[in-house]
Design a binder for this molecule. Structure first.
Ligand code: UN1
Length: 512
């Protein structure tokens, strides 16, 4: 390990320089940024005041009024260029994600790939913002629906996907004809500044090629909670898409509802997998290991609860415990590392508290201890924890954003289904089985109640083509693929009379 010897601040400056970001954006500001890789301070980002944030939103609204008039396929051209710029700068942005968040190299790059993928999707979508033509009961009439741009879209993103989740929202919102204002996590301003600089390159090219795009089309607010509140409360913001904890959603959701604004909420997950008697245990082992330990347990889709049939428990669980004991934990910038650091001390403390609670509830804890402390006293590396629990109780019912996998035995399939659904969260879920009846039941109406239900794949690592989101305390929002774009547009129903008489619906007579 060479954690303390890894000087990251100069590398951050070099990356920012290549992306054309001026140093005053990330030095001399009031928001200290620390890398979880070694606990080193890597930047002091400049923050915006809440008063200035209101001005940004007002400018964004002006930008929306112009952008909504640009034909959607032309709007798509801007996103095509954004995808090109992301491809050109993938290595730098991916590396910065690894430095600022502690993701291993392939996951840092994967995050940028997810941005590229959503750009490709949005470009195609820009020619497919279809409405229906609907049969009308009246002669010489036509009824149709049209989809129009909505307004200013506020995007609040979390530290764990510091740039991809913004891109999911921004790419769709922009082809839909909206303007965007982005408030990233206070823990990840650098990747936000960098990603936005890449977007600005695309915007410049678009304008240079004759495209009509206002400069304030997409804006970035680096600041604290007060700035997020401005975004949530401003009547000019038509939709807020917020990713984060359920606690955050409980504050943001009612505020938006009170002013009848739209909300897309992506909140906590507490994702489970059921391992059935017929499961391919080699595949299950790999699926569980990635879903539970990948990204150091810091995905909202991370596998947190595992229900193993008692007939295969003794074959699978000892192998899993072995994998937990041997997984490579360390510097995420080094090849071969599979588990990087937790984001900060708060995260480590919450993990230790959950493990103590699990023990108090009769759990047997494997792993979970801090590692590399001597080498990097200000960074928080942990061995992922596998906890054998006697029942689904105590900390198992809560989301702890750390690599803890609670493992429980079951003997009856319907009981396992019930346990899958018996938590307040409803994001992602999965089943490992080769029994067609179990697989189909799991994805049926009586099966998993989550927004994502997978078969023979863990709950994490979703592609952009599907709608992403979950039910219950997860918030109900959908982002990314499928028809999630409809959440970023307003629908108008139009009835057009091309005849000379005026028949009223439902046979109503009103002759004056
Ligand atoms: C998140 O953790 O905030 O399904 C999003 C996945 C990713 C997205 C996760 N594609 O793991």
């Amino acid at each position: 390990m060479t954690l303390t010897k890894t000087a990251l601040a100069p590398e951050v400056a070099a990356i920012m320089g290549r992306l054309g970001v001026s140093a005053d954006r990330y030095t001399g500001g009031t928001l200290a940024v620390t890398s979880p890789v070694n606990g080193e301070k890597i930047a002091d980002a400049a923050q915006i005041s809440s008063g200035d944030a209101s001005d940004v939103i007002a400018k964004s609204h002006q930008a929306f009024l112009a952008w909504r008039l640009v034909p959607a396929p032309k709007r798509g051209e801007l996103i095509r260029l954004f995808g090109e710029e992301l491809r050109a700068h993938k290595a730098d942005l991916g590396r910065l994600v690894s430095i600022e968040v502690g993701k291993i190299t392939s996951e840092g790059l994967g995050e940028v790939q997810e941005m590229i993928d959503i750009c490709d999707f949005a470009v195609g979508l820009s020619r497919q913002l279809y409405g229906l033509t609907i049969a009308t009961e009246r002669a010489d009439h036509r009824m149709m629906e049209t989809w129009h741009p909505l307004g200013v879209v506020g995007i609040i993103s979390a530290f764990n996907f510091p740039v991809a989740v913004w891109a999911w929202n921004a790419a769709l919102a922009l082809v839909a004809g909206n303007a965007c204002v982005w408030k990233p996590s206070e823990k990840t301003p650098l990747t936000a500044i960098a990603a936005h600089a890449i977007f600005d390159k695309a915007l410049k090219r678009f304008v240079a090629e004759g495209g009509q795009a206002p400069a304030a089309l997409s804006q970035l607010l680096i600041g604290g909670r007060d700035v997020g509140e401005v975004l949530v409360d401003d009547p000019k913001v038509a939709l807020v898409s917020a990713t984060g904890s359920t606690a955050m959603g409980r504050i943001v959701g009612p505020k938006l509802a009170a002013r009848f604004a739209r909300a897309i909420l992506e909140l906590g997950g507490n994702n489970a997998a059921i391992v059935c008697p017929t499961a391919d245990l080699d595949l299950t082992l790999r699926g569980v290991a990635f879903a539970a330990m990948g990204t150091a347990g810091q995905r909202c889709t991370t596998l947190r609860r595992l229900f193993v049939h008692d007939s295969v428990y003794d074959q699978l669980v000892p192998r899993l415990i072995k994998a937990y004991g041997s997984v490579t934990i360390g510097n995420p910038l080094e090849t071969g590392t599979l588990v990087g650091p937790l984001i900060d001390k708060g995260s480590f403390d919450r993990m230790q508290k959950a493990l103590a609670d699990a023990k108090a509830n009769g759990g047997t804890v494997h792993g979970g201890d801090r590692v590399h402390e001597a080498d990097a006293p200000n960074a928080y590396y942990v061995r992922p924890a596998l906890v054998e629990m006697p029942a689904q109780c105590g900390p198992v019912e809560h989301e702890t954003f750390a690599p803890i996998l609670y493992v429980m035995k079951y003997s009856n399939f319907d009981d396992a289904l019930e346990l899958n659904n018996a938590v307040p969260q409803g994001l992602s879920s999965s089943i490992f089985t080769n029994n067609m009846r179990e697989a189909e039941a799991f994805v049926s109406a009586r099966g998993s109640d989550c927004g994502i239900a997978n078969v023979n794949i863990g709950p994490s690592g979703a592609e952009i083509g599907g709608a992403f989101g979950g039910e219950k305390e997860t918030g109900g929002g959908r982002e990314s693929g499928s028809d999630a774009w409809k959440g970023y547009m307003r629908r108008a129903t139009n009835t057009i009379n091309y005849g000379a008489s005026l028949p009223l619906a439902q046979g109503v007579k009103f002759d004056v």
